[in-house]
Write a protein that binds this ligand. Structure first.
Ligand code: NCD
Length: 336
């Protein structure tokens, strides 16, 4: 009686273990086949998992050199890019996969009048994952509606840029040790700067972060960011016009370029382009353990003299971007 009870309990516990494993398999992070259009398409756990995998790749890149063997990334860049496109390409090549695509849409059927939906319907037959950059807000979302494979938004107009955010978050994790309890001071073109929109959307979801938005009035953070993201998250934030007055509170100083290509009027661009220039003098006011990030390219907003300051982290950030993209693409293509 006792033995049969033990047996039955044993088999019950084995059953529950199998059931638990099944549930875990079922509910655990599965990014396979998913689109990443904005950073909120990923849960906080998924972001942490992607950063965690990127950190494993940093420690032992050799172990990951074949995980995407046979997979193809299509990099469709309808807007200029150096870092993001090459970073995506390097990431796929370092995972053992291959790359196709274009960096200049003037050589594609778009010039013959092909619509984006058709381009995506075609290319998603050739590729396992597509990274798309477009000057038009919503282009990546539209692409995801027609694609047979995962779409990654590599920047849609002045809207969002989720893989830059994974890059920024991995950099913050690596250099500050945590994504919580930070004062993030974003400076520059907060209206058109898509990297700031995505970073804010992401960092709002981690406890005890606060934001300081520094911009001229014309380039302030868009209303939809305030109404749809900051207010619902109950996030503490302030807006300022002078960097000197707030730089001492920053743990992360996130500098951005004034987005020339999104201005309707060149005179406005010329008037606003040098609104903020970070130099040694301003750095003296900042915390000793603050880090300076910038999605790059920089134009004039960080003086070259700052590059040698140990707090300047924008070139380290570039390398973290490649690891973040390796991790994301390995997950989306189900390679890991
Ligand atoms: C950013 C972008 O394209 O939004 N660059 C990048 O992706 N690394 C920032 C910018 O162009 O200013």
């Amino acid at each position: 009686m006792c033995a049969s009870l033990t047996r039955s309990l044993k088999s019950q516990s084995q059953f529950s273990k199998i059931a638990l494993d099944f549930l875990w398999e079922f509910f655990k992070l599965s990014l396979k086949g998913r689109h990443v259009i904005q950073i909120s398409d990923l849960s906080v756990q998924e972001i942490d998992e992607i950063c965690g995998l990127a950190e494993q790749i940093i420690v032992d890149p050799n172990s990951f050199k074949d995980v995407c063997r046979g997979k193809i990334l299509a990099a469709l860049f309808f807007e200029p890019s150096t870092r993001t496109r090459l970073s995506f390409e390097a990431a796929m090549l370092r995972l053992g996969g291959s790359v196709e695509g274009f960096a200049d849409a003037s050589y594609t059927s778009t010039t013959k009048g092909e619509i984006l939906a058709d381009t995506i319907r075609v290319v998603s037959n050739y590729a396992d994952v597509i990274a798309i950059r477009s000057p038009k807000e919503g282009a990546a979302l539209l692409a995801s509606e027609y694609s047979a494979c995962p779409i990654i938004n590599a920047g849609d107009g002045g809207h969002f840029h989720p893989t830059q955010t994974l890059t920024d978050m991995l950099t913050i994790r690596q250099l500050k040790g945590s994504l919580e309890g930070l004062t993030i001071c974003c400076v520059g073109d907060l209206r058109f700067g898509r990297t700031v929109h995505s970073l804010t959307q992401a960092m709002c979801r981690y406890p005890k972060n606060r934001f300081v938005f520094v911009s001229p009035k014309e380039l302030s953070i868009p209303e939809y960011m305030v109404e749809d993201i900051l207010k619902p998250a109950g996030i503490e934030y302030e807006c300022a016009e002078r960097m000197e007055e707030v730089i001492d509170s920053a743990d992360i100083l996130y500098m951005t370029r004034v987005q020339k290509e999104r201005f309707f009027n060149e005179q406005d661009y010329i008037r606003l382009k040098d609104s903020y220039i970070l130099d040694k003098e301003k750095m003296r006011r900042a915390k000793k353990d603050m880090i300076v990030l910038h999605p790059l390219p920089r134009v004039n907003e960080i003086s070259y003299e700052v590059d040698s300051d140990p707090r300047a982290a924008y070139f380290k950030q570039v390398k973290f971007g490649m690891y973040a993209r390796m991790s994301l693409m390995a997950k989306l293509t189900d390679a890991l």
